[in-house]
Design a protein around this ligand. Structure first.
Ligand code: PLP
Length: 394
């Protein structure tokens, strides 16, 4: 492994402080490094491998698509893209899908659609977006511009401009920023990187009401919290609202890079038209075959029911840790997207977990984040908890 790590340090741009592990293989909820060491995985490639590693039907579907056609460009139709879009419409109740290659690109598209929608109304080019402090929407310039974390933004200013930041779950902070130029209010239904922070129902419904009254678009970022993770296909489905635009990625392709921004007919009819937006790879038959198979497997195997069944056990076990150890102050999250908020840094805890064969990740410096694959069972939770207890006992 040492050799690969050294070569990686010499060849890859150092934009990550990587852990000293070279991952080689996966199977179910387990990963294996180059030395054959086994790790129980509670990160799933940051909420990507929703069905774990090497789900046979999924692998077979991808192999079959490789043998047929992987790429076409968007000047032609391909059946997997049409099927995938129809399936997303069905599970979301929304109307139009644009496929991207990543989450950040989905966010870019959502921003463009919102600006165009407002431009079509008044012909002006001064529209504002309200985003949230502690949000995370990706690393491209547009996505960074709506990311409420100065650490990520500082060196790269100027941002795209006309973005204001409110406080998540503080409706007055949103109201204070609204004016005639506001074209969109945007946030993650459950903030991920910012600390596993779910929107409250009241906040969500209040924002929806304001958006309806003023014809402002509600953009919900479901890139991390979507695709069944919180106990419904999309987390907003538990809030009694529907966004005008939502962004998806991460688990959407279950490991194949694919994202999407999805909108209602109203937005589609009044925003992006032919020539306004495009992508070479987005919506290629290979990525879309992955999306189709993911959604089919979710249905056939009642994955969301499983999430709802296992969540109370997961929460109970995490709550027991909160009770037991002073260093942990509280648990926060929804479904299989949980965080343990600690009194200080968690980097040592995560390093020790790796030593003991458990893959964990942080969200901010003080929060242990749990975003396992959605197929975990009680035995995996028990094993994970036992390792954490060993760490906290010492
Ligand atoms: C990961 C993430 C993104 C960015 O997705 P990329 O595929 O890394 O560009 C955007 N929003 C949220 C909520 C995310 O968790």
């Amino acid at each position: 492994m040492k050799n690969i790590i050294e070569r990686g340090e010499a060849a890859l741009l150092h934009t990550y402080n990587r852990y000293q592990i070279v991952l080689d293989k996966g199977n179910g909820v387990y990963l294996y490094d180059k030395n054959g060491k086994e790790y129980l995985d509670f990160v799933s490639g940051i909420a990507v491998f929703a069905l774990g590693y090497h789900y046979k039907d999924y692998d077979d579907a991808l192999k079959a698509q490789i043998d047929k056609l992987m790429h076409t460009s968007n000047y032609y139709y391909n059946e997997p893209a049409v099927n995938a879009a129809e399936k997303i419409k069905e599970i979301s109740g929304m109307d139009r899908v644009f496929f991207t290659n990543s989450g950040a690109e989905a966010v870019e598209g959502a921003i463009k659609a919102a600006r165009k929608y407002a431009f079509n109304k008044d012909g002006k080019c001064d529209h504002e977006i309200i985003a949230m402090n502690h949000s995370f929407h990706g690393r491209t310039m547009g996505a960074l511009s709506v990311t409420g974390n100065t650490k990520y933004r500082e060196a790269f200013r100027p941002m795209i401009g006309n973005v204001e930041f409110a406080e998540m779950n503080d409706i007055d902070s949103v109201k204070a920023l609204i004016n005639d130029k506001t074209c969109a209010i945007m946030f993650e239904t459950v903030q991920g990187e910012g600390g596993i922070y779910p929107a409250t129902v009241e906040f969500m419904q209040e924002v929806r009401k304001i958006c309806d009254e003023k014809d402002i678009l509600l953009i919900l970022d479901e890139i991390q919290c979507g695709m069944g993770r919180t106990g419904s296909y999309f987390a907003w489905q538990q809030y009694g609202v529907k966004p005008d635009i939502m962004t998806c990625a991460k688990a959407l392709g279950g490991g194949v890079p694919v994202g999407a921004f999805v909108m209602t007919q109203k937005v589609a009819d009044n925003s992006l038209v032919a020539g306004d937006h495009g992508t070479t790879y987005g919506g290629n038959p290979f990525a879309c075959a992955a999306v189709c198979k993911m959604i089919d497997l979710f249905e056939e195997n009642n994955i969301i029911d499983h999430v709802n069944k296992i969540t109370p056990y997961f929460e109970k076990k995490l709550d027991e840790l909160v009770e037991k150890y002073d260093y942990i102050t509280l648990r926060r999250g929804k479904g299989l997207m949980q965080g343990l908020v600690c009194k200080g840094p968690v980097s040592d805890i995560i390093a020790k977990a790796h030593e003991k064969g458990l893959i964990l990740i942080n969200a901010g410096s003080d929060i242990i984040r749990f975003v396992p694959s959605l197929i975990i069972e009680e035995e995996h939770i028990d094993k994970m908890i036992a390792i954490l207890e060993e760490i906290f006992e010492n």
